[in-house]
Design a protein around this ligand. Structure first.
Ligand code: NAD
Length: 366
C-alpha cells in the first residue's frame, strides 16, 4: 500500500531524530511491501526564519493533504533565541497550537511503558513495578477547563477569578469512542477517570462513557475518581490498560505516568481527530542543549512512527515489528546517553551509541 506522510522536522534535535524515524519507516516499507511518500512541511523556528511565520497556510494545506504527519520538535532556547523576542503569536510554539486547531486534533494519546532493561530509571519500588506496566493515557485535548470562559473581576472590593469547565455530549462521545477503539487494539480494558462525586461535567462524562461502552461488549471498563487514579498510578501501575479522561485530569495524569517510566527520550505521542489522520511526535522538546551533537535519543520518534502505522494506517504487525526491534536493541545492551545507567558497574554492561547508530541498530532488528 502507499501512504503519504507529512514530515515536520522542526528545530533543535528535530531533524536528527526524524531522519532516524524515516530510515526505520523505509526499512519497514521494504520488508512489508509498502511505499511511504514524504512531503516536507516547515513549522516552528525554521519556518520563522524562512517565511516570517511559524506556520503558513501552505504548510497547513500540506498537512491536511497528508494521511498523517510525523513531527520532530520545534522551538529553541527560550532565553537566548531571537524567536522568543517576537510577539507570542509569532513564536515557534504558536505554529503547533495553530496546527492542532486547524486539524481538530481532539484526542491525545501518550503511552507509558516500562522497559525491563530501563527499570532502574523508574522511581518506584521493585515490588510495585512487579512485571512492569504498559498503559495508554487518552486525554481529551480541545475542551474542558482550558478552553472554557474565564474572567477576573473585582467583586465586593476584592478580585475574583473564574474558569468554567464545559463538556458537551458530542465532545465526550467522540473521545470515548476513540478510547474504546484503542482498547480493542490492546488488552481491552478502559479505566474512565473523572470526579463524578463533585462535578456535573464528570457525571455527564460517566453517562456517555457507559452508553459508548455498550457498543464494545469485549472491552471491560471501570470508572475511577481522579484522586484515586493519581494514587493508583504509583501504587499499582500494572492494573491500567487505557486511561480515558478529560483535558485537565489527562494533563496531570499523563505527566505522572510518563515520569514513572524514566527517560523523556523514550516517550512517544499521538494527537488524533475523528478521521484516521493523526499527528505523531515525541513527548520531549527540541533539546537545544544537545542539538547537532548526534547524541539525541531517536527512540521516542521511532515509536511515534510505529503509533502512526498502528493508528492511522492500521498496520499493526508493522508497528509490532518496530516496537520489538526497539526492545531487542535495549536487550542487546545499546543505549543513548540519556538512558545510560548511572551506576559505574552497570555502565560497563552496556554500550553507548549516538543517534544514527541507534537508528541503524533498530533497523537491523526489523
Ligand atoms: P526538552 O524536552 O527539549 O529538554 C529537556 C531535557 O531533556 C534536556 O536536557 C534535553 O537534552 C533532554 N532531552 C529531550 N529530548 C531528548 C532526546 N530525544 N534525547 C536525549 N535527551 C533529550 O525541554 P525544554 O528544554 O524545556 O525545551 C526546549 C525547547 O523545546 C523549547 O523551545 C520548548 O518550547 C520546546 N518544546 C517543544 C515541544 C514540541 O515540539 N512539541 C515540546 C516541549 C518543548
Amino acid at each position: 500500500m502507499t501512504f503519504n506522510i507529512g514530515v515536520i522536522r522542526g528545530d533543535g534535535i528535530g531533524p536528527e531524530i526524524v531522519t532516524e524515524a524515516i530510515k526505520v519507516l523505509d526499512a519497514v516499507g521494504k520488508k512489508f511491501g509498502h511505499e511511504f511518500n514524504y512531503t516536507e512541511i516547515l513549522m516552528g523556528g525554521c519556518s520563522i526564519d524562512a517565511t516570517g511565520e511559524p506556520l503558513t497556510d501552505e504548510a497547513i494545506a500540506a498537512a491536511k493533504a497528508s494521511d498523517a504527519v510525523l513531527m520532530g520538535s520545534i522551538g529553541g532556547n527560550t532565553s537566548t533565541s531571537p524567536w522568543y523576542k517576537l510577539p507570542a503569536d509569532k513564536r515557534p510554539e504558536a505554529g503547533l497550537l495553530k496546527l492542532r486547531k486547524s486539524l481538530n486534533l481532539f484526542a491525545n494519546l501518550r503511552p507509558a511503558y516500562l522497559y525491563e532493561e530501563l527499570k532502574e530509571a523508574c522511581p518506584l519500588r521493585e515490588d510495585i513495578i512487579g512485571d512492569g506496566f504498559d498503559m495508554m493515557i487518552m486525554r481529551e485535548l480541545t475542551g474542558g477547563l482550558y478552553f472554557g470562559e474565564r474572567s477576573t473581576k473585582e467583586e465586593n472590593g476584592q478580585l475574583v477569578a473564574r474558569d468554567s469547565l464545559t463538556y458537551s455530549e458530542t465532545e465526550i462521545r467522540r473521545i470515548a469512542k476513540r478510547g474504546f477503539d484503542i482498547a480493542m487494539k490492546r488488552r481491552k480494558k478502559v479505566t474512565s477517570v473523572d470526579k463524578a462525586n463533585v462535578l456535573d461535567s464528570s457525571r455527564l462524562w460517566r453517562k456517555i462513557v457507559e452508553e459508548v461502552a455498550l457498543d464494545y461488549p469485549e472491552v471491560k471498563y471501570e470508572h475511577m475518581l481522579v484522586d484515586n487514579c493519581a494514587m493508583q498510578l504509583v501504587k499499582d501501575p500494572g492494573q491500567f490498560d487505557v486511561i480515558l479522561t478529560e483535558n485537565m485530569f489527562g494533563d496531570i495524569l499523563s505527566d505522572e505516568a510518563s515520569m514513572v517510566t524514566g527517560s523523556i527520550g523514550m516517550l512517544s505521542s499521538a494527537s488524533l481527530n475523528d478521521t484516521k489522520f493523526g499527528l505523531y511526535e515525541p513527548s520531549g522538546g527540541s533539546a537545544p542543549d544537545i542539538a547537532g551533537k548526534g547524541i539525541a535519543n531517536p527512540i521516542a520518534t521511532i515509536l511515534s512512527a510505529a503509533m502512526m502505522l498502528r493508528y492511522s494506517f492500521d498496520l499493526d504487525k508493522e508497528a509490532d515489528a518496530i516496537e520489538s526491534a526497539v526492545k531487542q536493541v535495549l536487550k542487546d545492551g545499546y543505549r543513548t546517553i540519556d538512558i545510560m545507567p548511572q551506576e559505574a558497574e552497570k555502565r560497563g554492561e552496556v554500550t553507548q551509541v549516538g543517534t544514527g547508530a541507534m537508528g541503524d541498530l533498530i533497523i537491523s532488528r526489523i
